[in-house]
Design a protein around this ligand. Structure first.
Ligand SMILES: CC(C)(COP(=O)(O)OP(=O)(O)OC[C@H]1O[C@@H](n2cnc3c(N)ncnc32)[C@H](O)[C@@H]1OP(=O)(O)O)[C@@H](O)C(=O)NCCC(=O)NCCS
Length: 336
């Protein structure tokens, strides 16, 4: 069995090679430099080399895994009660030899020693300390279907599905903008505005979007200026090679409660895409939790089509794989 040890600074070039040679799906950026990898992992103030494990076979890096703490619901701090395994990657030439399993068990031990009680696998909203910009396209959305080994692997290790995401795309080079009488009526009432950041950015906003080229679309009433809906946009230049497109991600669609289910979300998406097309953007990607049917319908109505799905898993408290199961009571993970 290969040696497993914590990350060292000198591992970075081998990690880039491993990442690029691991046949990862559409949600993994191809690394042309270390910048995207660093920004998503080592540069984070809470990065802990003990939670970043390297698997070496006769001195050659054949696998790595990374785990870290979750984020508090108000996004002002870390949530050390909950932890997440953000990556487990094994080189194709070394798979099905138990290396992935060994990495996961060591990461679980690491999280337990940090006091973590609930363990997730797959970075996702509220539990995404690492991975932004590197895996998951516009945002970490669990492990993606386009990496088909991830699901049977985590199920075999005692994890159960916890939150599902749908990733939708819109090709701005060919598709025409959807239109309807309702959209035209709403368009007359509202205007699109673009800001650099939300009115009150959280610590987490700076951690994620502050590092990227990000901006925010707002839909406001023309009369009175009332804010109706907003969405964050982030440039995805690191996916240009893989997707063969100049891409932007749209995340955190938020429609004011009084205006939900009335076509305003769809209008914001259509207008944002229109603006992005003017900026020579060819592809827009959107990630939405499956428990947001209104948002998903708004995206479909705005011309977005299914591209992938993501799943976040939770370690089953009764699993024989969970050594700490007897010590804690599992809590429900609330998704917004
Ligand atoms: C998922 C991955 C990490 C598994 O690593 P691995 O070292 O091959 O996994 P293991 O050998 O420890 O497998 C443990 C168990 O998981 C299950 N499993 C692993 N890969 C599987 C696959 N492709 N199909 C079905 N079951 C699988 C099996 O039950 C296996 O036990 P077995 O071999 O005794 O039957 C590896 O396939 C990989 O790197 N994939 C690409 C990266 C990825 O998708 N990572 C998650 C997103 S970052």
């Amino acid at each position: 069995m290969p040696e497993i040890r914590p990350f060292r600074n000198g591992d970075v070039p081998d990690l880039v090679r491993l990442w690029n040679e691991s046949d990862l799906g559409r949600g993994a950026a191809h690394l042309n430099s270390v910048e995207v990898l660093e920004s998503a992992t080592f540069n984070r103030s809470y990065f802990d080399h003990r939670g970043c494990l390297m698997a070496l076979d006769e001195g050659k890096l054949v696998g790595f895994g990374l785990a870290g703490p979750a984020i508090s619901p108000d996004r002002s701090s870390l949530d050390l009660q909950r932890g997440v395994i953000c990556f487990v990657v094994v080189h194709p030439s070394a798979r099905r030899r138990g290396i992935g399993r060994a990495l996961v068990h060591r990461l679980e031990q690491y999280l337990r020693t940090r006091g973590v009680q609930t363990i997730y696998a797959g970075p996702h909203r509220g539990a995404d300390p690492f991975g932004f910009g590197l895996y998951g396209g516009c945002r970490p959305s669990g492990f993606l279907r386009s990496d088909p080994a991830a699901e049977p692997f985590f199920l075999s290790l005692g994890y159960c599905p916890d939150a599902r995401y749908e990733i939708k795309i819109r090709d701005l080079t060919t598709a025409r903008d959807p239109t309807s009488a309702r959209l035209m009526t709403i368009r007359r009432q509202v205007m699109l505005a673009i800001d650099e950041r939300p009115d009150q950015p959280t610590w987490w906003w700076y951690e994620q979007y502050g590092r990227a080229e990000a901006f925010r679309f707002h839909l406001r009433m023309r009369r009175g200026g009332e804010m109706i809906a907003s969405i964050n946009a982030v440039r995805l230049d690191q996916y240009a090679d893989k997707w063969q497109a100049n891409a932007v991600g749209l995340v955190d669609l938020d429609v004011s409660p009084d205006y939900r289910g009335k076509g305003f979300g769809q209008t914001l998406l259509v207008e944002a895409c229109r603006e992005l097309r003017q900026q020579n953007v060819g592809l827009v990607e959107l990630s939405l939790p499956m428990d947001n049917p209104i948002g998903l319908r708004a995206a479909t109505n705005a011309g977005f089509v299914f591209a992938d799905s993501g799943m976040a898993y939770r370690l089953n408290s009764s699993s024989p794989h969970d050594p700490g199961a007897a010590l804690w009571a599992p809590e429900r993970f609330g998704h917004r």
